[in-house]
Ligand binder design. Structure first.
Ligand code: HEC
Length: 103
């Protein structure tokens, strides 16, 4: 049931984002099921991308920090065991940009 909901949410997100703006970052987010815990605007288990983007606004090292957190997994904020992303550095960086440019 939970899985069905997650899949439905994933499809809804993809439908809303539309194919025109989907890139490697969006593809990776879908593949890694980030939307199980994050959406672009609403807080689920984890903060919305928008909330994270606001938190790191104007911080020059934000992209670097988030890239390392996602690549290494483990402690992210208060989340002790955050999902680790296994993908190329370029795709993880694209994903970080998706998060940081959300509004
Ligand atoms: C099992 C649930 C879960 C999944 C799946 C998940 N996250 Fe998270 N994520 C969290 C939680 C909870 C936090 C909040 C930690 C905090 O702020 O203390 C978080 C925080 C974050 C942050 C903010 C880190 C910071 O320093 O503020 C980013 C960025 C992030 N997640 C990205 C992702 C990406 C990208 C994916 C998919 C690859 C993903 N998450 C998958 C639960 C999840």
């Amino acid at each position: 049931m939970k899985l069905t909901l997650a899949i439905a949410a994933a499809f809804a997100t993809v439908a809303l984002a539309g194919p025109a703006i989907a890139g490697p970052g969006e593809d990776l987010a879908a593949k890694e099921k980030c939307n199980k815990c994050h959406t672009d605007k609403d807080t689920k288990k984890g903060p919305a991308w928008k909330t994270i983007a606001t938190k790191y606004q104007g911080k020059a090292d934000a992209a670097d920090k988030l890239f390392k957190e996602l690549k290494n997994g483990g402690k992210v904020g208060d989340e002790e065991d955050h999902k680790k992303v296994v993908a190329s550095d370029a795709d993880i960086k694209a994903l970080v940009q998706v998060v940081l440019t959300s509004k």
